[in-house]
Design a protein. Sequence first.
Length: 320
Amino acid sequence: MTFSTSTPIEPHHISSQTFAQLLKEIDTFIFDADGVLWLGEDRIEGSPEFLDYLFRLNKRIIVLTNNATKSRAVYAKKLSNLGYNERINKTNIVNPAAVVADTLYRMGIKQMGKKVYLIGSQGIKDELDNLGIEYFGDGPDPIENQPDTRAFIYDLQFEEKPENVGAVVVGYEKHFNYHKLMKAANYLQEDDCIFIATNTDETCPGPNPSLIIPDAGPILAAVQTAANREALVVGKPNTPAFDYICRRWKINPSRTMMIGDRTNTDVKFGRDHGLRTMLVLSGCHQVDDILENQMNERDDMIPDFYAECLGALLPKRCHA
């Protein structure tokens, strides 16, 4: 049985039986993490067993998350603590923090002797440290650090002179404020200052589906608007993440499947780069989102397949 890679009129709801047939056509599986492997600090039941199932069939597994708050090593530890196979380690995990650091290193920022102004979390710091790239600006930066008490700030005290800043990196950071926004926008007025971002996810999935958790996307939108510049975004669905994977692994896109919980990042990433795609309904997006994409003729965000969860694809059904 051969499954078509063209955009179907209706995506296929896939069962364990039909998935067993599809397995013959797939060598590499790329998984999103949040909403697929875990929600918050809890694993999604059935997902560890599903990855074990693929390992037993000698399939290649890559975890590709848009979450840059932790390093690959920390994510590997989290997966281990959640009961995932020890064969999943930092060598087969990819996140925007690693891609950002790799991109800046290959652009020669270290050789130029310039620093990075960072709006981001520990994961980016760890990955920059791994490559010896200097950065500053992370963490709390209260507006009270500026002496001006008027409504607007008409002067700004910089930790580093703009000419010494080779890049501005923007990711999710809970300490983001107007002060950081102003510094980033002004550093980016230097024409040779690289502007790079982790991802554009609007929200992050969590254990409470009624609570909106803003991700890096709204922060990046603010910086881009203030600086009047567009960032190079490395996370899904953008090409830098795909190129990073291709540099590390020899994958055949037509025999690779992207599995995620978001149509606008995971599914679009797969569609844009010639991969098979599957949406699992254990995270952000649901069947209604697929139907909305169909209505709006957004074929790039319609998956080839969808399933309730990874565990539903096992020979034995996942437990609710």
